[in-house]
Design a protein around this ligand. Structure first.
Ligand SMILES: N[C@@H](CCC(=O)N[C@@H](CS)C(=O)NCC(=O)O)C(=O)O
Length: 320
């Protein structure tokens, strides 16, 4: 199947006159829910397509695992290095996704909306029944898994989005997105010195504030792991292996912040986080993909990621 020309950041005009990166809007945003016009909440109906390099997709996979939704929402994984034809399912036998039969992600975007002119991105949720992308709203996906999919959670699943904290978490997540999750991309994709420097300061000012917050609190919202922690984690897990060098956010490494570093290790040591964190894939994806500006495709050997397994002591530090 022909997938046509691959859409790039330039095509969708994500770089402004001032050299600043402005991320494209999501296109498939119909909410999941039980009201008319929503995507029905059903077990076995949807397939989440992701790549281990991608922080926006990673957060969704962590939430699915923590909530025990793996049997409810199936997961298809593209290889970490985006090809000239877009995300490729080369990790699968014969190089095609076994459920959807696609080789490249843009195939299913084209099938879903022939008029779609944006980048074909992960995460993408496909309605298996229709064989179409129905949602790529990465900002809100975890909220759906945590709320409307609640009747399908495993027994004793954690409450990652507690009612009384929802508004606070939403507000916090927006700041986290603007200044850190997407802040690193603003630095990495900047096309002017000023745009890069503004983003660099945004990132490190926010990290300084989070370092202070996590010196007083085991997780972002007290003693309970929430959606906000998943979102912070996916950026921290990529910081030293990718962003520090590839995106030039190099005032400090994650390992230079004692509280953030111990907090990140604590999360990594929870199976849902460790099982879905592939540092080698992250490194390949940022260095060898289009982000890397690495003409000879040389993959750095460091940093040593075995240190993610060292003791964190956060449980002792915040004994109830
Ligand atoms: N859907 C969002 C976020 C998701 C996103 O950027 N995903 C990246 C991987 S981390 C992607 O799939 N990029 C494909 C491309 O740019 O062609 C967007 O369009 O900016």
């Amino acid at each position: 199947m022909s997938i046509g020309k691959i859409v790039t950041s330039e095509d969708v005009k994500e770089i402004g006159e001032d050299g600043k990166f402005n991320r494209q809007q999501n296109h498939f945003t119909t909410p999941f829910g039980n009201d008319a016009g929503m995507l029905p909440v059903e077990a076995g109906r949807y397939r989440l397509l992701w790549s281990a390099v991608c922080p926006w997709a990673h957060r969704s996979v962590i939430a699915i695992k923590l909530l025990g939704l793996e049997e409810v929402i199936s997961i298809g994984q593209a290889s970490p290095v985006r090809t000239a034809n877009g995300w490729e399912f080369s990790l699968d036998p014969d190089g095609v996704d076994p459920v959807l039969g696609i080789r490249y992600l843009p195939e299913i975007y084209a099938r879903s909306d022939p008029e779609y002119s944006g980048r074909a991105t992960v995460p993408a949720v496909v309605d298996i029944k229709q064989g179409k992308v129905v949602n790529n709203d990465y900002f809100n996906l975890t909220y759906y898994w945590e709320t409307v999919f609640k009747p399908l959670h495993k027994l004793q699943a954690p409450d990652l989005f507690p009612e009384h904290l929802r508004e606070d978490i939403r507000q916090f997540n927006q700041v986290l997105f603007d200044e850190l999750n997407n802040g690193v991309y603003k630095a990495g994709f900047a096309q002017s010195q000023q745009a890069y420097e503004d983003a660099y300061h945004l990132v490190f000012n926010r990290l300084d504030q989070l370092e202070a917050r996590l010196s007083r609190s085991r997780y972002l919202f007290g003693d309970q792991l929430t959606d906000a922690d998943i979102r912070l984690y996916v950026t921290l897990a990529r910081f030293d292996v990718a962003y520090y060098s590839v995106f030039k956010t190099n005032r400090n490494r994650l390992t230079d912040f004692p509280n953030l570093w111990a907090y990140a290790r604590e999360l990594y040591q929870i199976p849902a986080f460790a099982e879905s964190t592939d540092f080698q894939a992250i490194k390949q994806g940022y260095w060898l993909g289009s982000h890397g500006n690495n003409p000879y495709d040389i993959l750095p050997l460091g940093p040593d990621v075995s240190i993610w397994q060292t003791a964190h002591q956060r449980d002792k530090q915040f004994q109830l």
